[in-house]
Ligand binder design. Structure first.
Ligand code: GLP
Length: 250
């Protein structure tokens, strides 16, 4: 694992976007695993800017998103389908038919999970998977649990996640209670992982994820077993690692 420390959110976004841009430049037909949440927004702004500047061509790129809320239609303004369209896809030249997000309206969530994993496999897996991290240590929507769920599945959201995500909804009651998420196995099958984090509220969970025991109670801790992980985080998010494991940063 390599950790790239940046002074602030803006630099975190630029560095992480640079890594994704390099992936697309080196392989035009890359499969990008994409994420939502507030952390990747700056990355997507950079990618849009560099696309407009003629630096990035997404015409051959495929994307697979991590997760989607259950019960929200793709045109609901809090669905992750809407988020991806508004914050990235409609501003770049990616073919909409190449963009994939789990179907939050699927009646049979198990079947939807199987289809989504088959789709990821048929694309050859993600070349790089972008991840944020939740306060519970969740990646995608894999919440603390007794085991690491391998495949794409339906999950009940942790109360802490519902509270954290309520900032995007009119009230906490409106936050969906379930989501469909790539499983830990689906995420781990990506060739490279790029995890981004910003802000002091992520400092403790970032330390526990990468320097604590590997346990499904901290889902992101499984990333310690992945052979190619890059963490790009700002100093605030790295403050606990800087205090307890300074030699991991330089
Ligand atoms: C959301 C998403 C995750 C994301 C996380 C952190 O619930 N499902 O993929 O990484 O929470 O979000 P943020 O970046 O807004 O802190």
């Amino acid at each position: 694992m390599r950790i790239i420390a940046t002074p602030d959110y803006d630099q975190m976004s630029k560095k992480a976007a640079g890594i994704l841009a390099a992936q697309v430049i080196l392989k035009r037909s890359s499969v990008l695993g994409l994420a939502t949440g507030s952390t990747p927004l700056g990355i997507y702004r950079c990618l849009i800017e560099w696309h407009r500047a003629g630096m990035l061509d997404f015409s051959q790129v495929h994307s697979v998103n991590l997760d989607e809320y259950c019960g929200l239609a793709p045109d609901h303004d809090q669905s992750y389908a809407y988020y991806m369209r508004e914050n990235l896809f409609r501003h770049i030249n990616i073919d909409p038919a190449h963009t994939h997000i789990p179907n939050g309206l699927a009646e049979d969530a198990e079947k939807e999970g199987r289809l989504y994993d088959a789709l990821i496999r048929s694309l050859g897996g993600a070349d790089i998977q972008l991840l944020g991290i939740g306060h519970t240590g969740h990646i995608g929507f894999n919440e603390p649990a007794d085991d690491f769920p391998a495949l794409t599945h339906r999950v009940a959201l942790n109360p802490k996640t519902i509270e954290a995500n309520s900032r995007f909804f009119a009230s906490e009651n409106e936050v969906p209670r379930y989501a469909v998420t790539m499983g830990i196995g689906s995420i781990m099958s990506a060739k490279k992982i790029l995890l981004v984090a910003s802000g002091k509220d992520k400092a403790d969970i970032l330390y526990r994820s990468f320097f604590g025991p590997i346990t499904p109670q901290v889902p992101a801790s499984v990333l310690q077993l992945h052979p190619d992980v890059t963490v790009v985080a700002d100093e605030a998010a790295l403050s606990v690692i800087r205090e307890k494991e300074p030699e991991a940063l330089n």
